[in-house]
Design a protein. Structure first.
Length: 147
C-alpha cells in the first residue's frame, strides 16, 4: 500500500505515484487560504462583499464580489491587488458568475507577471472601459499559477 511522508519541505507523494515524463516534483510544499483587498485601477470600488483565495502549490484560485463606483472614465477597467503575482510564462483566466453588465458575456484574464485582472467581452479582444462598469456588481473566480 502506498504511503505519504511528511518532510520539513512538505507532503511527499513520491511513494504513491509513478514517474511521468516531464514531472519535476512530487512534493506539495504550500497550502494557504486567506482574504485579499481588491482595488480598481480606474476610479473606486464602492463595495466588495468578499474577496478570498486558496493557494495549493503554485495554483491560485481567487473569488470576489465587487461593485465599481461611479465614473465616466474611458480607460480600461482593471482590478488590482491580487494576493500573488502570476507566472511570467502563463496567463490566468476565469469566469464572471454574475455581472450587472448585460451587453456581453464577460471573460477575465490576468496576464503573466501581474497582479491585475482585465475584463473583455467574449466577442472582442478590447478591454472594457471603466464607464461600462459604473455602479455595477461583478462576482468572479479566476485561476492562475504564481511565480
Amino acid at each position: 500500500m502506498p504511503t505519504l511522508s511528511m518532510t520539513n519541505e512538505g507532503l511527499n507523494f513520491a511513494d504513491t505515484q509513478t514517474n511521468v515524463g516531464g514531472m519535476t516534483s512530487e512534493l506539495l510544499d504550500h497550502y494557504e487560504e486567506g482574504t485579499w483587498t481588491p482595488t480598481s485601477e480606474v476610479g473606486t470600488l464602492s463595495l466588495f462583499n468578499h474577496a478570498v483565495y486558496t493557494k495549493i502549490g503554485r495554483e491560485v484560485q481567487v473569488h470576489a464580489s465587487v461593485t465599481f463606483g461611479s465614473t465616466s472614465n474611458a480607460t480600461a477597467q482593471r482590478i488590482a491587488g491580487f494576493p500573488f503575482t502570476s507566472s511570467a510564462t502563463s496567463y490566468g483566466s476565469g469566469t464572471v458568475g454574475w455581472s450587472g453588465y448585460t451587453n456581453y458575456v464577460l471573460q477575465i484574464i490576468i496576464f503573466g507577471s501581474s497582479t491585475v485582472m482585465c475584463f473583455y467581452p467574449t466577442n472582442s479582444t478590447s478591454q472594457l472601459d471603466a464607464a461600462a462598469f459604473a455602479n455595477l456588481r461583478h462576482d468572479f473566480t479566476i485561476h492562475y499559477n504564481d511565480q
